[in-house]
Structure formats: structure tokens, C-alpha cells
Ligand binder design. Sequence first.
Ligand SMILES: *[C@@H]1O[C@H](CO)[C@@H](O)[C@H](O)[C@H]1NC(C)=O
Ligand SMILES: *[C@@H]1O[C@H](CO)[C@@H](O)[C@H](O)[C@H]1NC(C)=O
Ligand SMILES: *[C@@H]1O[C@H](CO)[C@@H](O)[C@H](O)[C@H]1NC(C)=O
Ligand SMILES: *[C@@H]1O[C@H](CO)[C@@H](O)[C@H](O)[C@H]1NC(C)=O
Ligand SMILES: *[C@@H]1O[C@H](CO)[C@@H](O)[C@H](O)[C@H]1NC(C)=O
Ligand SMILES: *[C@@H]1O[C@H](CO)[C@@H](O)[C@H](O)[C@H]1NC(C)=O
Ligand SMILES: *[C@@H]1O[C@H](CO)[C@@H](O)[C@H](O)[C@H]1NC(C)=O
Ligand SMILES: *[C@@H]1O[C@H](CO)[C@@H](O)[C@H](O)[C@H]1NC(C)=O
Ligand SMILES: *[C@@H]1O[C@H](CO)[C@@H](O)[C@H](O)[C@H]1NC(C)=O
Length: 395
Amino acid sequence: MAAAARDWRLAPSAALLLVCLAGSARGAFHRQLSAKLNPGYSSLPPGGDLLHVRAVGVNDTLHYLFSSQGAPTLLLLHTDSASSDIQVNWTQFLARNTSGGLWVEPESSLQFSSALVFSRLLEYDDVNDTATPTSDLFPPYDLQNFTWSRLNLSGPAPTALLCGGVARGSLCLRLAVFGDEGRGQRWPRLLHSANSSQMEVWLDGVAPRSPRSRFLLELQTVGGAYLPSRVDVHRSIDDEFTPSIFQVSQWVSSAVDGSAVLGFVQWKPVAYRRSDPVLEDATPCRHSEPVPQSGAAAASSSALVRAFFATPHAVGLNVSFGLAGEPFYNGSGFLSWTLLVGVGSPPVDAFSPLVVGIMAVSLGTPMILLLLGGVCVCFRKRDGTNAGQAYEPIN
Ligand SMILES: *[C@@H]1O[C@H](CO)[C@@H](O)[C@H](O)[C@H]1NC(C)=O
Ligand SMILES: *[C@@H]1O[C@H](CO)[C@@H](O)[C@H](O)[C@H]1NC(C)=O
Ligand SMILES: *[C@@H]1O[C@H](CO)[C@@H](O)[C@H](O)[C@H]1NC(C)=O
Ligand SMILES: *[C@@H]1O[C@H](CO)[C@@H](O)[C@H](O)[C@H]1NC(C)=O
Ligand SMILES: *[C@@H]1O[C@H](CO)[C@@H](O)[C@H](O)[C@H]1NC(C)=O
Ligand SMILES: *[C@@H]1O[C@H](CO)[C@@H](O)[C@H](O)[C@H]1NC(C)=O
Ligand SMILES: *[C@@H]1O[C@H](CO)[C@@H](O)[C@H](O)[C@H]1NC(C)=O
Ligand SMILES: *[C@@H]1O[C@H](CO)[C@@H](O)[C@H](O)[C@H]1NC(C)=O
Ligand SMILES: *[C@@H]1O[C@H](CO)[C@@H](O)[C@H](O)[C@H]1NC(C)=O
């Protein structure tokens, strides 16, 4: 598609018009962002940091909380007030034995809350290159037991980097929160809105426990009430932004009656085997079906879950990297995967103006030719009937 696209770049004026329209529509919805590390704590808290990003809209606020106290956790709180704020009782938050260590003020403004916990890293020996983790699992890496680096916060759009050591290498997470619609700079170049954040996860230089090791990442979403959770897979014919990938997976929490999507985790089923990838470094990934998990275990693994939810309900799934026949981890010693976390409906990759232009030209041209052809045939027919009269029937 990309090669074809280049050839058509100048052709359709319709595409140019669409580019203009898309350009003017962008920036319609904006959130004001502000970030604070360890709000209300005078120094660096023992055991890990807590980042708070406020994303203030017209009449609402999204609070992003990211913490490395225990398993890395991103908590998203949506309130219907532009002046809502977060309070932390650090004594309770750090003791991690009761809920109520973190809350929203005013409490009545809370509309939706959901946490994403990065719970475990699993590794298996894929001796027969089937990419099906069954019996050959190594003991899992429990992310709650890692010694995490301090959160490294950088701007202007708040970005936070967290790394933990694993088998002579590192597992890193980079959170970026957005105030406007846009698209990631690097593959998979996910489309984000002002209601979402992006998390990049990568495994760098980890010493695999077998030459044919593959990895899985276990994720959990946690809510205060049970919310139906499912993964929808959407297909597309457009891979302009993520070459060779025609799917997007959306793990959504919908209202109890199933009507509205309240929150989502979205990703493309692709990981990259180098930090500066070319197309050959893309490797497919798969997810398992979401299954209910112990809420109590989620609370004991994550300080944010413990502090915020009185009765946590958790659902988990695994993302596995690589398919049968794909290179093993030891080939490059690197693996990165990107996901989006947000409230409301997930962003939808509309056909890009370029693709619309190509379709318009490639479908339109035969149409015009057909029409022209039809007109010609009509004229020929009329000529034909006239001509026919010049012949005498043969008896
Ligand atoms: C914000 O709230 C005010 C007062 O409740 C209301 O008049 C206004 O329409 C709201 N604006 C939006 C964009 O929802
Ligand atoms: C924090 O919680 C502790 C233990 O429950 C309590 O004694 C203390 O008063 C609380 N601090 C604040 C500022 O609410
Ligand atoms: C929680 O832990 C703190 C500090 O270890 C302790 O003082 C407190 O009694 C504990 N609270 C509960 C409810 O177990
Ligand atoms: C790998 O293949 C061998 C031979 O077919 C078989 O005996 C063994 O059980 C397989 N191992 C796994 C983990 O599937
Ligand atoms: C991680 O720590 C928890 C709590 O201390 C413990 O129950 C669990 O067994 C540990 N996991 C691993 C893999 O060591
Ligand atoms: C924090 O991140 C910036 C940019 O990624 C980097 O230059 C800097 O060295 C990092 N600081 C620490 C303490 O890791
Ligand atoms: C983001 O959330 C706000 C407030 O709920 C809503 O008005 C807006 O349409 C949402 N934007 C997108 C792109 O979903
Ligand atoms: C990875 O393991 C395979 C199988 O043992 C081996 O042939 C290959 O040399 C290893 N690659 C690296 C980079 O270590
Ligand atoms: C992830 O995979 C491991 C190993 O197969 C399994 O024990 C665990 O239950 C899975 N987790 C989820 C949430 O499905």
C-alpha cells in the first residue's frame, strides 16, 4: 500500500480537500495537563513513586495515577468536575494494608475508575517452535517483587519512565499522557485522543533461560464494581501507519447493561524486536481471553489498587509475543509493545485521506471508463441500427 500510495500522492484533489478538512477538525477537543510526582510527600517515598497527571477538560477531569509501589499500575479516574483533585494519605498508602489511602475530592464527582496492573512476565521454552505456552513455563517474574527505578518524569507532554532489572537486562514502561488528538511517532503509531494515554513496554537485554525462549506479559484490569469485559478485534484494509498490520484489539469495559464503553485498553497485535525497527523486526502477538482474577491478590500486589478500591474486581489476560516460525527472543535480545489506555470509546483509525484518495481514483477511474464505454456502446448501437438498415435480409 505504501508504494502505491507514493505514486498517487499528487494525484487526487479530493484527497487534498480531505486533508484540509481533517486538519481543521483536529484540535477541537483539548485537555490542560499538569503532572506532579509524589503529591503531598516531602521527599522520595520508600518503595516506589506515585505520579499524578491531571487532564482537565471543559467540565470534567481525567486523573492518571501511575505507581511502582508493587506491580506497576496505571489508575484512571474520570470525574465530572473541572476542579476535582486527588488526596493521598501517605501513611495508609505506604502501609498497603487498608483501602482508603487515595481518594478523589469531591467524591461525588467520580464517574468511572479503572486500573491496569502489569502483573507478571512469563517465559517458556518453545522447544518445538509451536508458540503455544503449555508445560514448558519457567518460574514467572512477579513484577510486584521487582526493584524499580525512581520514576523519571520529563515534559512537555508528561512522560514517565520506569525500569526494573530482570535477568541482567531490564523491563521498562514509558507512560505518555496526551492533551490533544495525535499519533505516536514510532511504530505502531497508534492514534490517541485527549482521553487516552500511551504505555510502551519493552524488554531489553534480558538473558533468556533457554535459547528458544518466548515471553508473555500478564495484564489485569481492576474496577470497583464488576464490569463486563471483552476483547474486540477490528479489521481494517489500511495499514498505512502500522505496516503489515490490519487489526486492532480493544479490551473494553462496558456498562453493566452493555450499552456504553466506559474504558479501554487498545493495541495492535504487533511487537518489535529492535528499538529502532525496520519492517522485518515486526513480530505478531496474540492475547488470551479475559478471565476473572482474584481481586484480593490484585490489591496485595499493587499499592494503587489497595489504596483506591474497597472491593476490587479483577480480570486478566496474557499477551504472547511471537508466532511459530518467528525468531526467538535471543535473536535480538529486545522486544517492545505499545498500548493505549483511556476512557470512553477507543479512538478509531479512520481511512487516511491518502487511502480515500487512492480508493476514489482506483474505483472512480473504472467507473468513468465504464460510463464512457456505455456511452460509446450506445452511439455504436445507434450507428449499428442505422447501418443495419443498409443491408438487405438474406433469405
Ligand atoms: C459545562 O457545565 C455548564 C454548567 O453546568 C454547562 O452550562 C455547559 O454546557 C457545560 N459545557 C459542556 C461543554 O458540557
Ligand atoms: C492517615 O491515616 C492514618 C491511619 O489511618 C490516620 O491516623 C491519619 O490521621 C490519616 N492522616 C490524614 C492526614 O488523614
Ligand atoms: C497496617 O500497617 C501499619 C504499619 O505496619 C500498622 O500500624 C496498622 O495497624 C496496620 N493496619 C491494619 C488494619 O492492619
Ligand atoms: C516436542 O516434540 C517432541 C517430539 O515430537 C515431543 O516428544 C515433545 O513432547 C514436544 N514437546 C513439547 C513441549 O511439546
Ligand atoms: C512476590 O512477593 C509476594 C509477596 O511478598 C510473594 O507472595 C510471592 O511469592 C513473590 N513472588 C515471587 C515469584 O517470588
Ligand atoms: C531521565 O530521562 C531522560 C530522558 O529520557 C534522560 O536523559 C535522563 O538521563 C533520565 N534520568 C535518569 C535519572 O534516569
Ligand atoms: C473525551 O471526553 C470528553 C468528555 O467526556 C468528550 O466530550 C469527548 O468527546 C471525548 N473525546 C473523544 C475523542 O472521545
Ligand atoms: C539463539 O539460540 C539458537 C538455538 O540454540 C542459537 O543457534 C543461536 O545462536 C542463538 N542466538 C543468539 C544470538 O544467541
Ligand atoms: C497467563 O498464562 C499463564 C501461563 O500459561 C497462566 O498460568 C495464567 O493463568 C495466565 N493468565 C491469565 C490472566 O490468563
